[in-house]
Design a protein. Structure first.
Length: 347
């Protein structure tokens, strides 16, 4: 294990100083776009004010014969646009693929100073993060990159889930982690062809109670265990957890339900693969105005965060003060970006 004193040292002479705290950014949705498609690149200027993060996807869903065009398209869109407070990320190809070396070297050399986060797919263990960490430090030093490029891992293999705690703590470069339900389902041998969401056959049957009446069946969340495990690993390491893709673009309600479960369990955001999912993520990952108002009353009612008070008949103490602070802090970040939400929160 690396000694604590060495942990925050740059891994290459001339590389920027690793961060001790993550930047405070609103990241309710990571919006995926295929950068080899010119029509999609043309939409970027209008997209920037409307999303929290724009991600140029180079990995799965990009055909093998378009991988280089996607990389070049990402470099072009990164260079041609001013992203302001909107995050600029890319999902590179996985570590054993033929494209990864050029993905990393070309992107860092061409647009490293504009790139916030690299999403690394199919992470199996901390060794994958260490490799990218070291390599990025060398490239950052060579190309005089000013701030460290962060790493976001996709949790989408059984081995990765086994190693989730060590992945989360692998480097100060870790930004967070997303659940990848499609690859994870395949890796685990789960019997579903869906990309995220539930399955009608996965649930609990109510007791028969010795009579013939129709028994209720309650569908359960296939991803509950993994999301909770990921949230614990990320929160303990001081990084952020995200739900990943929801593949049924026609079922907005199911997408909302999946995103909401992730939000309530502690996730900061989810991926949007279709424009309709942007609004869902915005609604779901911004705290509810009624909840924010109640949280603000708790904080006001206990100015130093200690003791016990009753508000609307509900007991509040130091722990509920902390819960209220999670919601109020997030509301303030949302309000800074979104004047409509600021008005709804009364902030
Ligand atoms: C995402 O990459 C997934 O495999 O679900
Ligand atoms: Mg995947």
């Amino acid at each position: 294990m690396k000694l604590p004193r060495q942990f925050f040292k740059p891994l290459a002479i001339g590389a920027p100083q690793p961060l001790t705290e993550l930047p405070v950014n609103l990241e309710r949705m990571i919006h995926f776009l295929p950068p080899h498609v010119e029509k999609m690149r043309a939409k970027v200027p209008d997209m920037i004010p409307n999303v929290d993060v724009i991600l140029g996807n180079l990995e799965d869903a990009i055909p093998a014969d378009q991988k280089e065009a996607a990389r070049a398209g990402f470099i072009e869109l990164a260079r041609d646009n001013d992203f302001g407070s909107t995050g600029l990320w890319t999902r590179i190809n996985c570590l054993n693929s033929p494209w990864i070396l050029d993905d990393i070297t070309e992107i860092v050399s061409e647009v490293g100073n504009k790139l916030d986060v690299i999403m690394l797919p199919k992470v199996e263990g901390p060794w994958d993060i260490h490799y990218l960490d070291q390599f990025l430090a060398q490239l950052e030093a060579k190309h005089e990159i000013k701030k460290p490029i962060l790493i976001h891992a996709i949790l989408e293999t059984a081995e990765g889930v086994n190693n989730v705690v060590d992945i989360a703590m692998a480097s100060p470069r870790m930004h967070g982690m997303s659940l990848g339900p499609a690859d994870l389902a395949a890796s685990r041998g789960m019997k579903t062809t869906r990309v995220g969401g539930g399955h009608p056959a996965y649930g609990v049957l109510a007791d028969n109670n010795g009579n013939d009446t129709k028994r209720d069946f309650f569908q359960q969340d296939l991803w509950h265990f993994t999301v909770a495990k990921m949230v614990d690993a990320c929160s303990a390491a001081g990084i952020k957890a995200f739900y990943g893709p929801f593949g049924d673009f026609a079922d907005l309600e199911a997408c909302e339900a999946q995103f909401r479960n992730a939000f309530l369990l502690g996730c900061a955001g989810a991926w949007s693969l279709h424009p309709s999912q942007i609004e869902i993520a915005k609604t779901v990952f911004s705290p509810d105005p009624a909840e924010v108002k109640f949280a603000l009353r708790i904080l006001e009612g206990m100015p130093d965060g200690t003791g016990a008070v009753m508000i609307d008949g509900k007991m509040q103490d130091d722990a509920t003060w902390k819960q209220a602070k999670v919601i109020a802090d997030l509301a303030r970040i949302v309000a800074e970006k979104d004047p409509d939400m600021a008005a709804k929160y009364g902030l």
